[in-house]
Write a protein that binds this ligand. Sequence first.
Ligand SMILES: *Cc1c(COP(=O)(O)O)cnc(C)c1O
Length: 351
Amino acid sequence: MHFASDNTSPVPPQILDALIAANHGYAMPYGTDAIMAEVRTMIREIFEAPEAEVYLVATGSAANALALSVLCPPWATVFCHRNAHIEEDECGAPEFFTGGAKLTLVEGADAKMTPEALRVSIAHAARAGVHNVQRGAVSITNATEQGTVYSAAEVSALADVAADYGLPVHMDGARFANALMRSGASPAEMTWKAGIDILSFGGTKNGCMGVEAVVLFDPAHAWEFELRRKRGGHLFSKHRYLSAQMAAYLKDGLWLKLAARANDAATRLSEGLAAHDSARLLHPTEANAVFAAFPREAHRRAHAAGAQYYLWPMDCSLDGPGDELLSARLVCSWCTTDEEVDALLAIVRGD
Ligand SMILES: *Cc1c(COP(=O)(O)O)cnc(C)c1O
C-alpha cells in the first residue's frame, strides 16, 4: 500500500529494457545521440509541432526553472498558483535560474488559477513603473498539485489573459499525461493550440527513471535554452540514457497507458473513500492523486498495517482524539494495483 508519491514506483520493464538495449557500443554525447533524434521527431509528431525544439533534463525542477529562465527576465515576475510546485517545492530554483525573478501567487480553489484572479494579479503588478518588478510570464501546472485538471478550454482562458498583457505561458506538466488522459484533449490542444509557449513534459512521476522533456513550441529561445542548460549543469554527457528512457516512454503510447492506469487507481480509491460515511474528499479526483480526510483512528490502523502516504499537511500527528478527521494525500502510480487500493479502503472502513 504505497501511496506516498508516484515517484516511489519502479520503472516499467519497457523503459528498463530500452536502457539495456541502448547500453552497447558507442554513442555521441550531449544530446547528439541517434536516439535523441528519434525523441525529437516523436515529440514533434505527438504535439503536431514540426518546429518545436525538444531538450531533456533529469529533474522537473530543472525543466521548470530553465523554461522560466528563458521566458522571464530577472526584474520581472512569474504569475502562478499559490500551491504551484515552483512556489512550494523547488527551493527557489526558478528565482535562481531566472537570476532573481519574483513569483506572484494567484488564488483559486483546488490549486487552479481562475482567469479572473490571474487578471487581477497581472493588472495589479507593475503599476508603479520602475519601482515594481515587471510582468514576466504565467506558469500553469497540469495536472495540478491537488490532483485536479485544467481542461484545454480552461488553459486557453488563462493564456488569453496572459496574451492581453503580452506575457508568455509555461506549463508545468510533471503530470501532463495524467491531465491529458483525464481531459481527452490532444497534446496540441492542451498546449500550443491553447497558448502554451513552453512545456515541462514529465517522465519521471509517470514511470521513467529520471527524465523530463522541455518542449519549446516557439524555437526562438532554443539557443538561449541550450546555453542556460549547459551553464546550469543540466546538459547530460552520456545523454543516450536520457534519450532511451524518453523514447521508450513515448513508443506505442506507453506514457498514456501508464497514466491511465494511475488515474484509474486513484478513481477507485476516491470512489471507495467517498462511499464511506466517515471520509470526505478535499478536492475532486481528476488525475492520480486523492486528497481525503478520514478519522485519526483509521490513519492509525493504516499506519500499523504499513500503508505509506503523507498526512497533509505533513506535520499532522497520529496522536490525539481518534474520531478527529485528518487529511491525507494518497498518490497512485502506474503500478498501483486494485488489490492495494482495496486493502487500504478496507482498513479505512475498519472491516
Ligand atoms: C514532482 C513535480 C515536479 C518535478 O520535481 P523534481 O523532484 O524536481 O523532479 C514538478 N512539478 C510538479 C507539479 C511535480 O509534482
